[in-house]
Design a protein around this ligand. Structure first.
Ligand code: SAJ
Length: 412
């Protein structure tokens, strides 16, 4: 059997490599020539633990090959991004392009799986898109169990930094447009998923994924709101949460600099967009989390006003601890505002990158190492809780003003 994976990014490439490692022929398809060439050399264009070894061995054994053109296969997995457009509407253009490309090589009996996080109804939509390209085949949105093609939604739920491990170990929700579609998809996931495959319909599977990330967003918003309330009331939020969490049925998450990444800060909007009148809490949680970066900047501005020459060390740019991913990172937004508003002289510390992103390369801001920055600064702002930062002892930072947005030292 041959499986083709569309989109060779953080989800598609690990999935392709894991399936290839089970002895299945995998054709990876991506629009980026750079990604395709890198993979065909047995190398990776993204950072994720153990991915490099897995891809190298899959390519060396000839089980994994990348290309920019669709080729026939038995099953297709779509793992392309679903960002949102202005006004927080889901942008399905990448999915549509992938689907229309793969439709040209579809054959009777093929399975198509949508893994990209999608608004409710998207899986049926791809069935319709494919039927527009291939009038010679029948599709499940119209012909149900008698269709030539099986289609399912199996949302990915892996955590960046633990992708390879979680691909195998996490339970998997499998939503078919029809029960037979789900059964076919389950066969495929059984190749590598060691946990449970949970069978449902496509719409429920779509909503399940959005619900998981909204659950997390709402809970982080609760923590972030508490941190802003505590700031006003002069209470240490970290101590407060530690105490409250000793209640057997309370489990509050960590406040931070805001919510970043391309999932938790995006997916709740897909629910809001589909049911704007009902999704009140979910919308408010998004707004609370999105307001946190501004709160941190305002706090810093007040503190800096006390100094003749504010020298600010901004610790961390990645959207969360111990990864190199700066996309949609609140830490980048905060640092950018600090630099643009010229609140002080800025040292940026991000041990996982080699040069500053363009948006921060102005007004003399520099990428510096941790020790030098801590020494030079009179104000320290923690924006990402990298392990490296946690190893710094609070006692060594006396006389510095600390805005510990991540609670790195407050927790001590
Ligand atoms: N954050 C906090 N406080 C917390 C926890 C997280 O401020 O207590 C922040 C992080 O710093 C980060 C953001 O939230 O900026 C999101 O980080 P995360 O680690 O919670 O999640 P992601 O975005 O890396 O991955 C999530 C996961 N979803 C859930 O845990 C429900 C992952 O399983 C999904 O596969 C992924 O989204 C996805 O692709 O949808």
């Amino acid at each position: 059997a041959t499986v083709s994976v569309f989109g060779l990014g953080y989800i598609g490439l690990p999935t392709a490599a894991v399936i290839a490692s089970r002895g299945v022929n995998v054709i990876g398809v991506d629009v980026s020539e750079h990604a395709v060439n890198t993979i065909n050399q047995g190398k990776v264009h993204i950072v994720e633990p153990d991915l490099d070894m897995l891809v190298q061995s899959a390519v060396t054994t000839g089980k994994l090959r990348a290309t920019t053109q669709a080729e026939p296969a038995d099953a297709f997995i779509i793992a392309v991004p679903t960002p949102f457009k202005d006004g927080h509407q889901p942008d399905l253009s990448y999915i549509e392009a992938a689907v229309k490309q793969l439709a040209t090589v579809l054959q009777k009996g093929n399975l198509v799986i949508l893994e990209s996080t999608s608004p409710v109804g998207a899986t049926e939509k791809i069935s319709r898109w494919m039927s527009e390209v291939r009038e010679d085949l029948s599709f499940p949105h119209k012909d149900g169990e008698n269709a030539d093609i099986r289609i399912a939604h199996c949302p990915e739920r892996v955590l960046p930094g633990y992708i390879i491990q979680e691909l195998v170990a996490n339970d998997r929700v499998i939503g078919g447009i029809t029960p037979k579609c789900a059964a076919r998809a389950e066969q495929l996931y059984r190749l590598f998923v060691k946990a449970d495959c949970l069978i449902t319909d496509a719409r429920t599977a779509e909503m399940a994924k959005l619900t998981e990330n909204s659950f997390r967003d709402v809970n982080i918003a609760f923590a972030n709101e508490l941190s802003m309330i505590c700031d006003r009331l002069n209470i240490n939020v970290w101590e407060l949460i530690k105490l409250a969490n000793r209640h057997p049925r309370v489990n509050i998450l960590n406040p931070g600099a805001g919510v970043g990444g391309h999932c938790i800060a995006v997916d709740p909007w897909f629910i809001v967009d589909s049911a704007p009148e009902q999704a009140r809490l979910i919308r408010t949680a998004r707004e609370v989390n999105d307001s946190k970066p501004e709160f941190v900047v305002n706090k810093l501005r007040k503190v800096a006003a006390e100094f003749k020459h504010p020298k600010i060390a901004c610790l961390g740019l990645a959207f969360k601890a111990d990864i190199d991913d700066l996309r949609e990172s609140p830490a980048v937004g905060i640092t950018q505002r600090i630099i643009e508003q010229q609140i002080g002289e800025v040292w940026v510390v991000e041990p996982h990158i080699q040069q500053l992103p363009d948006c921060l390369n102005q007004h003399g801001a520099r990428l510096a190492n941790l020790i030098d920055s801590l020494e030079a600064a009179n104000i320290i702002v923690t924006l990402t809780d990298h392990s490296l930062f946690k190893r710094v002892k609070l006692a060594t930072l006396n006389e510095k003003v600390i805005i510990d947005a991540r609670g790195i030292w407050e927790k001590e």
